[in-house]
Design a protein around this ligand. Structure first.
Ligand code: PMT
Length: 411
C-alpha cells in the first residue's frame, strides 16, 4: 500500500465541498495513512472539527494562537512531520493567501512552513474559478511546484453549471498517493488494456467473460501514481481511473485490438491485462434471434492474437502479457511468454476464489524473458500492479524500487 504509515495532513477550507472531507479522511485512513486535519475558521461553518476528530482519532488543528493547540500540535510540527499535505477543498481566498505568502491563520501558516509535497483541490463557483485573479494565483502555485487538482465540471451548489466541483474523494486519495510515491516511471508512456470484451450474437446478446477490469485499472492507476503518462484501453467495466489517465473504450475484441494497435506507437510499455475473446460468433445476426424450440448451432471463428504481431514492431518497448490459467499455471505462463515474444508474463490461476476474475486480490507468478520467475503470495490487485511495475523499472535498469513485497522464487 503506497499510503501505509504515511502522515497525511488534510487541510479543509471554506467551501460547501467541505462536506466531502470526512470521506476523504476515511479513504486515506483505509489506505493505511495516519491522517491529521487542519481547518480554517470558514471551513467550520460547513463542518465541525468534532466530526473529523472523531473519525481520525487525532485532535484537529484550527487555531494559531491557542495555547493548548500550539503546545500539542504546533504549526511548525504539523508542517515538519507530514509526508504530504492535501488541501481539499481549497477556497479562492485560501489559494490567494498561499499564492501571496500570507500567514494569518493556522492552515496558511502551516503551508508557508511546509517542505513536503502539497496538493490543492480548488472548489468554488465557476465564475470565481475562471476569474483572472484565481487563474493567475493557481498558475503561480503550479510554477512553485504545488500540485493543483483540477475541479470537475457539473452542477454546482450555487445553482450554476460549470467547472468548480471538488473531484471525487477516490481521485483525491490517488493524488495523495502520488505525492508520497517515488516518481520512477516519469520517462515511460504506459499503455494498459483492461476488462472483458463482448462479442455480439445478435443486437441484444453477446459472448463475454468474467473480467471486471479491476486488474487493468489497478495497473493504470499505479502507473499514473508513479509518474508515467498512461493510456487505458478498456472493455465494458465499472472501474474508474483518475482523469490524468487517458481512456479509450472498446466493446469487441477487434475494437480493443484496433485501439491497442493504434496507441502502440505512442507507448514505451504495453501491459495487456484485458481478457480478450479468443472466439466470436462467425455471423452475428442483424436482428434479434427469435425464441425457438429446437437446438441450433452457433458457429464461432477464432480471433487473431494481437500480441505476437505487435511484438514484431516492439523496438525498445517492454511488453507485458497476462496468462489466465485453470491448470498448470507455471508451464502455461512460460509457454505464452515465449510464444507471444513478451518481456514479462503475469500468470494467475483463475480457479482460486481469491484470485483472477472479479476479485480485489490476486495470486500471481511473474516470469521474465531473462529466465527469472517468482511466485507471489496473495496480494491486493493494487499491490500486484506495483509489483509488476517494479519488474518494469528493474528491466529498465532501475533496480527494484518499492521493495517490501515478498517473493518466493520458483526458478
Ligand atoms: O479484470 P479482472 O476481473 O480484475 O480479472 C483480471 C484478469 C483475470 C482478467 C487478468 O488478471 C488476466 O489474467 N488477464 C488476461 C486474461 C487472458 O485473456 O489471458 P489469455 O491467457 O487468454 O491471454 C494471454 C494474453 O494475450 C493476454 O495478455 C491477452 O490480453 C492477450 N490476447 C489474448 C487474446 C487475443 N485475441 N489477443 C491478445 O492479445
Amino acid at each position: 500500500m503506497t499510503l501505509a504509515g504515511k502522515k497525511i495532513l488534510l487541510g479543509i477550507t471554506g467551501s460547501i465541498a467541505a462536506y466531502k472531507a470526512p470521506e476523504i479522511a476515511r479513504l486515506l485512513m483505509s489506505g493505511g495513512a495516519q491522517v491529521r486535519v487542519m481547518m480554517t475558521r470558514s471551513a467550520q461553518n460547513f463542518i465541525t472539527p468534532l466530526t473529523l476528530q472523531t473519525l481520525t482519532g487525532n485532535p484537529v488543528a484550527t487555531d494559531l494562537f491557542s495555547l493548548t493547540q500550539e503546545s500539542e500540535i504546533g504549526h511548525i510540527r504539523l508542517a515538519d512531520t507530514s509526508d504530504a499535505i492535501l488541501v481539499a477543498p481549497a477556497s479562492a481566498n485560501f489559494i490567494a493567501k498561499v499564492a501571496m505568502g500570507l500567514a494569518d491563520d493556522l492552515p496558511s501558516t502551516v503551508l508557508l512552513a511546509a517542505r513536503c509535497p502539497v496538493a490543492l483541490a480548488p472548489a468554488m463557483n465557476v465564475h470565481m474559478y475562471q476569474n483572472p485573479t484565481v487563474v493567475e494565483n493557481l498558475a503561480r502555485l503550479r510554477a512553485r511546484g504545488y500540485v493543483i487538482v483540477e475541479p470537475e465540471a457539473g452542477d454546482l451548489a450555487c445553482g450554476y453549471q460549470g467547472v468548480g466541483r471538488l473531484p471525487q474523494p477516490e481521485e483525491l486519495v490517488e493524488t495523495a498517493k502520488k505525492l508520497v510515491t517515488r516518481q520512477d516511471l516519469t520517462n515511460e508512456r504506459v499503455l494498459v488494456t483492461a476488462g472483458p470484451t463482448q462479442e455480439p450474437i445478435d443486437p441484444v446478446r453477446f459472448i463475454s467473460n468474467r473480467s471486471s477490469g479491476k486488474m487493468g485499472f489497478a495497473l493504470a492507476r499505479a502507473a499514473w501514481i508513479r509518474g508515467a503518462s498512461v493510456r487505458l484501453v478498456s472493455g465494458p467495466s465499472h472501474e474508474w481511473a483518475p482523469r490524468g489517465v487517458e481512456r479509450f473504450d472498446a466493446r469487441t475484441a477487434s475494437e480493443m485490438l484496433d485501439l491497442t494497435a493504434r496507441n502502440f506507437p505512442w507507448c514505451t510499455v504495453l501491459i495487456m491485462a484485458a481478457a480478450v475473446a479468443d472466439f466470436r460468433p462467425a455471423r452475428p445476426a442483424a436482428h434479434k434471434l427469435k425464441k425457438r424450440a429446437q437446438r441450433f448451432n452457433l458457429e464461432l471463428e477464432p480471433i487473431p492474437d494481437e500480441l505476437p504481431r505487435l511484438a514484431e514492431k516492439k523496438g525498445e518497448r517492454l511488453m507485458v502479457g497476462f496468462a489466465a490459467e485453470t491448470e498448470e499455471l507455471e508451464q502455461n505462463a512460460l509457454k505464452k511468454l515465449t510464444q507471444k515474444k513478451l518481456d514479462l508474463i503475469v500468470g494467475n490461476d483463475v480457479t482460486q476464489p481469491d484470485a483472477g476474475f472479479g476479485t480485489d486480490t490476486n495470486r500471481v507468478i511473474i516470469a521474465s524473458r531473462n529466465g527469472e520467475s517468482h511466485r507471489y503470495p496473495l496480494m491486493t490487485k493494487e499491490e500486484v500492479a506495483h509489483t509488476i511495475l517494479d519488474w518494469v523499472v528493474q528491466m529498465r535498469g532501475g533496480g527494484l524500487s518499492s521493495g517490501g513485497r515478498t517473493a518466493n522464487s520458483i526458478s
